[in-house]
Unconditional design. Structure first.
Lengths: 383, 405
């Protein structure tokens, strides 16, 4: 143990003796994702009612979502439906609300309880006897939900060819910082971040010691999206053209597929891609070990890599929960399916709509008659 | 002069309950329940509402002014016709809401709906009584028959018992039959027999014999308390120690009163009902019980334990009417007053309160039932008092309530 301590200290000394290192380091948190990243997703309608009592839920929740986006022929969303499946894996009561611009909600497949619906809320309440599946099929208001979708699909038909474009829309500019980090705290933060990524939970409590001044910096962060799709096109082999690609949102934001002919149907499946573990140290399992072996490298650059990885991972996790999970920091996953479908027919006319139509009709008839009568009289007079 | 006196007289009578007391107007909450036929149910509902409306001195301030509440009792006598007439009277009296045992709701909800008056069912759990789409003004805070029947099935089917389903010919029994048929639909082999017995039959020995000959190894009796007592008497009297399960009617003091001479016949009777305590513990319910008993006194069952202690009945059903009044108060506050009654009904779907047992209590657009099916627990009698069973995950988490003094 003493040897390990000595090695760590030796590593610190050997790693970077800078003028700033003479002063004790200040503890600084890595940029906190909720503060620097856009707030959505998950969807959070501003007028969603609030439970007057504190929500009660158990830890150890598993949240999975399937978001189905109905598109018109041009790729414009006209419906958004979410199947949210929450599995409670402990015994006890649960009471919580999921904020959502919800039009209607029904129990999803395998639901062992019935979801309630309030203004902009899906409500869950009951008792879990050890395991309870809560599944809700929510039909969302498109206008308030579309902005939080991860990709935009455009279908542009031409004379001979049709172009399908899938664009990653998750990019965001965030404020960060650069600094000269204290090596042990950085190594620990890196290991902590990597552990969170491997466990699919939020990375929390990432603090590093820094020497000297921190300099503000702007970063572009995006959630990487794995895209696979299929377009039904007459004349294509098996009638289907398949395409796929990884859109990291930075170096590659767009996937363009040119089709010969006009597709009768386009379906695009989008999943937040695992954040590549570019933070793995070379030749060792942990960064603390790397530090002991004097393999940490340039601390300032490593800190920048850690911040980028942390925020990219956080952004990716946002898209795992299009609807909020009661345990936002726990294991979550989301799959988005965009498909061309016929828009649902309006079931109810807007208030006064029919009356207005008739009024317009009567006015038009009156105008026609007003014009026709004198004209008829003139024709009759000249006949 | 006579005319002036008449006008003042009319004002003094309060014009149907909306009388003004200083700057605080008093709103009427009607309780429509069978006070004469099943006094335990009627009094429990009325007392719970009374407690919420008055003991905490509720005065709510809205844009339209300050309001307090008073309770008026209407006896339905378990007659649908009388219950409907009561609802008419309550609306004529200016009731802001009606708390109802459930009898006659199929007819009375329309009358209340036309007057934009919410009705809350605080006892009956029949499936068709509450429907947010068809009956937007009807709410319920009481365990649903659906929930009780499914929980009974969930509890008993794994025990590999062959069950005789016994219901009586009352509305309560027939609603229960529907719920049980649904609950056991997928497990018909678990059902040994289905029997309907007359409510007023003097002796149920022939029916019990039929169940026994069908090789039943458990009975679910969904019937009025007197019928449950008769089933127990017939079974135990014939030496048949079959386990008996019931809905909430099994905890009615009447069952124990009728079997007071044979307390051992009550032992083992297991009933399913809404849990009086929640995961947060028994503190909220015990606080409610203390308030209730300070106001109305301890409810004595009229029997004693083997040690000679008097048995008391916890006011578990009273908490439902109590909770509704609190939800109503929250709804009126959200609606900003009482002038727009439609707004109050809409607001009732958007508010929650802490229930007397610590649970959240409220409704929503899709569900006007304030007791979720998960909240049904099982309790078993032993020596004239009951305690939660230990072989059900929910019941095992609940604490035993003191029932003697």
């Amino acid at each position: 143990m003493r040897t390990v301590g000595a090695a760590v200290v030796a590593g610190i000394v050997a790693w970077g003796v800078t003028p700033a290192a003479a002063a004790p380091p200040r503890i600084r948190a890595l940029p906190w994702p909720p503060a620097v990243l856009p707030q959505t997703p998950p969807l959070a309608p501003p007028t969603s009612g609030v439970l007057p009592l504190s929500p009660l839920f158990l830890g150890r929740l598993d949240n999975r979502e399937r978001i189905v986006v109905g598109m018109d022929d041009a790729g414009k969303p006209h419906s958004i439906r979410v199947l949210q499946r929450i599995v409670i894996k402990r015994l006890g009561d649960y009471v919580f609300a999921v904020p959502a611009p919800v039009r209607s909600v029904t129990p999803g497949p395998g639901a062992e309880s019935v979801p309630g619906q309030r203004e902009n809320q899906i409500l869950w309440e009951g008792f879990s006897p050890g395991r309870r599946v809560l599944a809700a099929l929510a039909d969302l208001r498109v206008r308030e939900s579309v902005g939080a979708l991860p990709v935009e699909v455009r279908v542009e038909p031409g004379e001979v060819r049709t172009t399908v474009t899938v664009r990653n829309m998750t990019g965001a500019d965030v404020t960060s910082f650069t600094a000269n980090p204290e090596p042990l705290s950085l190594a620990k933060a890196l290991d902590q971040l990597r552990r969170a990524i491997s466990r699919n939970v939020s990375a929390e409590g990432l603090n590093v010691g820094v020497y000297g001044k921190t300099t503000p910096a702007q970063l572009r962060i995006a959630a990487p999206m794995q895209v696979t799709g299929a377009a039904q096109v007459e004349g294509a082999p098996n009638g289907v053209v398949r395409f796929s690609g990884l859109l990291d949102g930075l170096r590659r934001t767009e996937l363009r597929v040119v089709l010969r002919g006009r597709p009768s149907k386009v379906e695009v499946r989008v999943t937040p891609a695992p954040v590549a573990d570019r933070l793995a140290p070379r030749g060792t399992r942990t960064w603390v070990t790397a530090l002991r072996r004097h393999q940490l490298g340039d601390g300032r650059r490593l800190l920048a890599r850690a911040i980028t990885a942390e925020l990219t991972y956080a952004r990716k996790r946002q898209y795992d929960t299009f609807l909020a999970s009661p345990e936002q920091s726990g294991p979550n996953s989301g799959t988005y399916v965009y498909r061309t479908t016929a828009p649902a027919r309006a079931t109810a006319a807007p208030e006064g709509g029919a009356g207005t139509d008739h009024t317009v009709g009567w006015i038009a008839l009156a105008v026609v008659l007003a014009a026709a009568l004198p004209a008829g009289a003139v024709i009759w007079a000249h006949s | 002069m006579l005319l002036i006196l008449l006008v003042f007289g009319a004002l003094a009578t309060g014009c149907g309950g909306d009388g003004a007391n200083g700057s605080t107007k008093t709103l009427l909450i009607a309780v429509n329940a069978p006070f004469s036929r099943t006094p335990y149910v009627g009094l429990t509902i009325a007392n719970g509402a009374e407690l919420a409306a008055t003991s905490s001195g509720i005065v709510i301030n809205t844009k339209e002014g300050a309001f307090s509440f008073r309770i008026k009792r209407y006896d339905s006598g378990l007659s649908a016709r009388r219950a409907v007439a009561n609802v008419r009277r309550a609306i004529a009296d200016g009731a802001i809401a009606i708390i109802d045992e459930g009898t006659g709701i199929n007819a009375s909800w329309r009358i209340a709906n036309d007057a934009d008056t919410p009705i809350c069912v605080a006892f009956q759990g029949g499936k068709g009584l509450v429907d947010p789409n068809e009956r937007p003004n009807v709410f319920r805070i009481a365990p649903t028959d659906h929930g009780v029947a499914f929980r009974l099935a969930e509890y008993l089917i794994p025990k590999q018992r062959r069950i005789a389903l016994i219901v009586d010919d009352s509305d309560y029994g027939q609603q229960g039959r529907k719920a049980l048929d649904e609950a056991f639909e997928r497990n018909p082999t678990s059902v040994a027999a289905r029997l309907t017995v007359p409510t007023r039959a003097p002796d149920l020995a022939p029916e019990i014999l039929r169940a026994r000959r069908a090789h039943a190894s458990a009975l679910i009796v969904w019937a009025e308390p007197s019928v449950i007592a008769s089933v127990l008497a017939a079974a135990r009297g014939s030496g048949w120690d079959v386990p008996v399960y019931t809905p909430a009617a099994g905890e009615d003091p009447l069952v124990r009163q009728q079997l007071a001479n044979h307390p051992e016949w009550v032992d083992g009777l297991t009933f399913a009902t809404g849990r009086p305590t929640a995961e947060v513990g028994s503190v909220p319910f015990l606080s409610f019980q203390r308030l209730y008993e300070e106001r109305f006194g301890v409810q004595l069952v009229g029997v004693r334990t083997s040690a000679g202690a008097e048995v008391t009945q916890p006011p578990d059903y009273a908490m439902y009417s109590y909770d509704f009044v609190n939800v109503l108060v929250a709804g009126i506050q959200r609606a900003g007053g009482v002038k727009n009654r439609k707004k109050i009904i809409a607001a009732l779907e958007e508010v929650s309160v802490a229930g007397a047992n610590g649970d959240h209590r409220g409704f929503n657009e899709r569900n006007h039932d304030g007791v979720v099916d998960d909240d049904v627990y099982f309790a078993r009698f032993e020596d004239m008092t009951y305690k939660p069973v230990k072989d059900d995950p929910l019941s095992a988490t609940l604490t035993e309530l003191e029932q003697t003094r």
